[in-house]
Ligand binder design. Structure first.
Ligand code: GDP
Length: 217
């Protein structure tokens, strides 16, 4: 299994679980929505961000990871969708919810503005340790996902692919999905060589994702 490129991440061992529990037990809170680089909070702690197409299950996953039912709801309300939303996790981490992309309905100037902000954020944020790029398990990696991945490559931000809604695909479809995803990721130098398969509904992979965050240094 581990000899494959981009294997699935192993669930955390007991020691990692304890460390993870300690971090997440301290809770997460919404800090602020940011619309310009000048609004970013000070880069004084470890940071991870979450990116994904609209409707990929990003809010639901952030809620599952933090154990807070409605934490990421703010980013889904109309008018807030173009903001970079910052959450504090304990006093040691920021979790950052990037605006969902791939919304054909957004006006061109709005899209251009957020792309500029996104680019500046990804290129300039020293404390950003990893981006989690969420991919719907039913759809695999699409062209818009590859645009974000290319941006992460050029900003040299390591990104890890998190497959969402795993409960929506049959066991027989897993291999096809993994083959597609592995094939696409092979072209991205910034792709972290492990995948995380999740279902927020079933709780699958949530501990693994938490442990990944808790063990970043
Ligand atoms: P966002 O736009 O990426 O923030 O997506 P949401 O978190 O709002 O989720 C979009 C839709 O997918 C909602 O109807 C969720 O209930 C559903 N959803 C999210 N995660 C899962 C999951 O793990 N399994 C299933 N079956 N549905 C999910």
């Amino acid at each position: 299994m581990t000899s494959l490129p981009f294997p699935l991440a192993e669930p955390p061992d007991a020691a990692t679980q304890a460390k993870t529990h300690q971090l997440f037990a301290q809770g997460a809170d919404f800090l602020k929505g940011v619309v310009a680089m000048s609004g970013l909070p000070p880069a004084d702690r470890l940071e991870v961000c979450f990116a994904g197409r609209s409707n990929v299950g990003k809010s639901t996953l952030i809620n599952a990871v933090t154990g807070r039912k409605a934490l990421a709801r703010a980013s889904n309300t109309p008018g807030r969708t173009q903001e970079i939303n910052f959450f504090t996790l304990s006093d040691s981490h920021y979790l950052v919810d990037l605006p969902g992309y791939g919304f054909a309905k957004a006006p061109v100037d709005v899209v251009a503005k957020w792309q500029r902000l996104l680019k500046s954020y990804l290129q300039g944020r020293q404390t950003l340790r990893r981006a989690f790029v969420l991919i719907d398990a039913r759809h695999g990696i699409k062209a818009v996902d590859e645009e974000i991945m290319a941006l992460l490559d050029s900003a040299a931000v390591p990104f890890q692919t998190v497959l969402t809604k795993a409960d929506k695909i049959k066991d027989a479809e897993h291999d096809k999905l993994l083959t597609q995803v592995r094939g696409k990721l092979a072209k991205h130098p910034a792709a972290f060589p492990e995948l995380i398969l999740t279902s927020s509904n079933k709780g699958t992979g949530i501990d693994t994702l938490r442990a990944t965050i808790a063990t970043l240094i």
